[in-house]
Design a protein around this ligand. Structure first.
Ligand SMILES: Nc1ncnc2c1ncn2[C@@H]1O[C@H](COP(=O)(O)OP(=O)(O)O)[C@@H](O)[C@H]1O
Ligand SMILES: [Mg+2]
Length: 286
C-alpha cells in the first residue's frame, strides 16, 4: 500500500499545501506517496466536516502532518475522516498521550524533570499552589501549559526562581496563563529546573519504538548533538505510540534528559533536515 499523508492546506491557496509543509509534501509525492489536504483553520473553529471536505473518500489509512491540534480537535478530525473511510494511523488517545505532558510524564519518570500539573480553563487563575507543588523539591522551576511554554518570556512567564515561594510562583504562572489566553492547552504544569549544557537540543523521531531520525531541534537547526538513546528507548516503547518525538538536552553532569515528548505528526521538522530522511521511515499501512 502507499504512504498517505494529510497536510494542512495553504489558507491563501485552497488547492496548495501550506508553504511551511511544501518541502515535506514534495518528498512524499516525488518518491512514493499520496497526499491530501485538510483545513486547519476549520478544525480550530470546530468545523471538522468542513476541514476534511477536500479529502477523497476511502483513502485508507493515513498520517496527519501539520500544525498542532488540541487533543479534542484531533479526535474530531479522526472521526470526520472515519466517516469518509480514512483512518488516522495514530489513534486520538495516543495523540493526547504523546502531545500533553500529563500523558507521558510518568512513563518518562527518572529521565525528565519531575513535574506536577493541574487542569485549568483558559484565563482561569491557578488554584491551591501550595498543595500542587508539595511533591517538588524547593528551588528553581519552570511553568508551562500541558503542551507549550512561554520560553520567549522566560523571566516573566516561564522561569520561577523558587517554586516554594508561592507568591512568586503565582505571579509567573498567572502571567503564563494570561499570555496563553484562549490557547492555554489543558492546564498548568510546574517542573523542577535542571541545568543543561546550552549546546542545543536534539529532536529524535521515533517510529514504532525505533529511532528513525536523530536530528537538530528547530530552535538550533544547525547544531546536531549525538544523544545517548539507550535509556530513552524503553520509555518510548512503553508509551506505545507509533510516531513521536523526544527533545533531548544534555544536563551539565553529562546525562541526556528528555525535555519534552511530542506527537510526531505535529512536531516541527527543521529546514536543515532532508524530509526524506524522515518520510523514508514512516511505515505504510499493512
Ligand atoms: N525543567 C527544566 N529545566 C531547565 N530548563 C528547562 C526545563 N524545562 C524547559 N526548559 C527550557 O525551556 C525550553 C522550553 O521548554 P519546553 O518544555 O521545551 O517547552 P516548549 O514546548 O515551549 O518548547 C526548553 O527548550 C529548555 O531550554
Ligand atoms: Mg520545547
Amino acid at each position: 500500500m502507499t504512504l498517505t499523508v494529510l497536510f494542512c492546506v495553504d489558507p491563501l491557496h485552497p488547492r496548495r499545501v501550506d508553504p511551511h509543509y511544501s518541502r515535506e509534501a514534495a518528498a512524499v509525492r516525488d518518491h512514493y506517496g499520496e497526499i491530501a489536504l485538510v483545513d486547519h483553520e476549520a478544525l480550530r473553529r470546530g468545523d471538522a466536516a468542513a476541514a476534511v471536505r477536500a479529502v477523497p473518500g476511502d483513502l485508507g489509512a493515513a498520517w496527519y502532518r501539520g500544525w498542532m491540534l488540541t487533543a479534542e480537535e484531533y479526535a474530531a478530525l479522526a472521526s470526520a475522516l472515519k466517516a469518509r473511510g480514512t483512518v488516522l494511523l495514530t489513534h486520538p488517545e495516543d495523540y493526547r498521550r504523546a502531545h500533553e505532558l500529563p500523558g507521558w510524564h510518568d512513563t518518562f519518570a527518572g529521565l525528565t524533570p519531575h513535574s506536577v500539573w493541574q487542569p485549568l480553563a483558559p484565563r482561569q487563575e491557578p488554584q491551591d499552589l501550595s498543595e500542587l507543588v508539595r511533591p517538588l523539591n524547593g528551588g528553581p522551576g519552570i511553568v508551562k501549559d500541558y503542551v507549550k511554554s512561554r520560553k520567549h518570556e522566560w523571566d516573566e512567564a516561564c522561569f520561577v526562581p523558587d517554586v516554594k515561594n508561592l507568591s512568586q510562583l503565582r505571579t509567573v504562572a498567572s502571567k503564563m496563563v494570561a499570555l496563553q489566553d484562549d490557547f492555554l492547552a489543558g492546564g498548568l504544569v510546574v517542573r523542577e529546573y535542571e541545568p543543561y549544557d546550552g549546546e542545543g537540543e536534539s529532536r529524535v523521531w521515533w517510529v514504532d519504538g525505533e529511532p528513525a531520525l536523530v536530528g537538530p531541534h528547530p530552535d538550533s537547526p544547525d547544531i546536531e548533538p549525538e544523544p545517548e538513546l539507550d535509556a530513552v528507548a524503553p520509555a518510548v516503547r512503553a508509551l506505545g505510540c507509533r510516531f513521536i518525538t523526544t527533545d533531548l538536552a544534555r544536563r551539565s553532569d553529562g546525562e541526556w534528559r528528555v525535555v519534552e515528548v511530542g506527537d510526531g505528526q505535529v512536531s516541527d521538522l527543521p529546514g536543515t533536515v532532508d524530509p526524506m530522511d524522515l518520510y523514508a521511515h514512516l511505515p505504510v499501512p499493512d
